[in-house]
Design a protein around this ligand. Structure first.
Ligand SMILES: [Zn+2]
Length: 337
């Protein structure tokens, strides 16, 4: 999380939000949440599922600083009915009227009511952002021609072989909170898993959808992933590039050394596996894509390595590669006057 300064009322209450503290008391936010967009809102604007990161001492006379929670929690707001609900509500009622108060949560994480002044400030990751990401993934899958069945736990995908694939947002321990990443599974196969990877949340959602689509297309094709002649890295890469509108070449054999992607300006991208230095391996042996851009004629003196993030699976890495390759392809198109 970067450092932001919001000035809601710059004369009376400048608000400074410092970075979340580190150390034993402040566990890092799970998954990719430290890169999620945050919003500064009034307590009355907090919605169910918003992840509450910090509160503020509103009575401070000068600059107001964020007080980060050691354990962030999803809001479950409800109306403050006054002091007749429980001891904590009764305590809150000594300083807040039912009109001034709002209950942010009644149980989790403290098993008691947490009553705030309606005008108090909160730093949150909006639940709407999480919902938008779920919608983005569903729409991306639909754009790849895959019909999805939204389910309470994520997205179910019926594959042509009558099996089901599951694409599940990783919850940060709480139902409805912003996803900390994505996991896609088909039986025992993990197609995508961003659990232990530091990925931009927007890219993460798109790559999860793309990885799922790439895998589903191979299942539809009837690919045997244990057959080196039809499912080696090079051939899977070539088919994925072709499906993305990119021309790709291999030498045609299962032992293809690398895959070549010619770009419109005459330069080219070459791809192999960084450990095996070939694309002639089964994806079960895949380690990491090694991608180079050769400016014009292939010349190892002048090539530039394109560093891609590792997503945790071959399918995710391929999604990241395709995004980069399409961008390079587009950038090398001759500009129209
Ligand atoms: Zn209560």
């Amino acid at each position: 999380m970067s450092i932001h300064t919001f000035e809601i009322d710059p004369v009376r209450h400048p608000v400074t939000i410092l970075k979340r503290p580190t150390g034993a008391d402040y566990p890092p936010l799970p998954g990719n949440l430290h890169r999620a967009p945050t919003a500064l809102v009034r307590a009355r604007e907090i919605c169910g599922g918003d992840l509450v990161l910090a509160c503020f001492e509103v009575s401070a006379p000068t600059t107001t600083y964020a007080d980060h929670y050691t354990d962030v929690f999803p809001a479950a707001p409800s109306t403050f009915t006054g002091g007749d609900h429980c001891n904590h509500c009764a305590s809150a009622a000594t300083r807040l009227s039912p009109e001034q108060g709002v209950v942010i949560t009644r149980d989790f994480p403290w098993d008691v009511c947490d009553v705030w002044d309606r005008d108090a400030l909160a730093l949150i990751i909006p639940a709407a952002w999480a919902a938008a990401h779920l919608a983005t993934v569903s729409q991306s899958l639909a754009a790849h021609g895959l019909g999805t069945l939204p389910s309470p736990g994520g997205i179910h995908l019926a594959l042509p072989d009558c099996t089901t694939m599951h694409l599940t947002p990783i919850r940060s321990g709480h139902e409805q909170a912003a996803p900390a990443g994505w996991v896609a599974r088909h039986g025992q196969t993990t197609v995508y898993d961003s659990t232990h990877h530091d990925l931009d949340p927007h890219d993460d959602a798109r790559w999860a959808a793309q990885a799922t689509a790439l895998y589903a297309a191979e299942v539809q094709r009837g690919t045997d992933f244990n057959d080196i002649w039809e499912a080696c890295l090079g051939k899977l890469l070539k088919r994925a590039c072709t499906a993305s509108g990119l021309n790709a070449f291999t030498d045609g054999s299962a032992g293809a050394e690398f895959v070549t992607l010619p770009l419109p300006d005459g330069s080219q991208i070459s791809i192999d596996d960084s450990v095996h230095e070939t694309t002639g391996v089964l994806i079960s042996e895949y380690r990491r894509l090694f991608v180079n851009h050769f400016p014009l004629e292939k010349d190892s003196e002048t090539c530039e390595e394109i560093l891609l993030p590792t997503t945790g699976t071959f399918w995710g890495d391929m999604a990241a590669l395709l995004q980069t390759a399409r961008a390079r392809h587009h950038a090398s198109l001759p500009s129209t006057p």
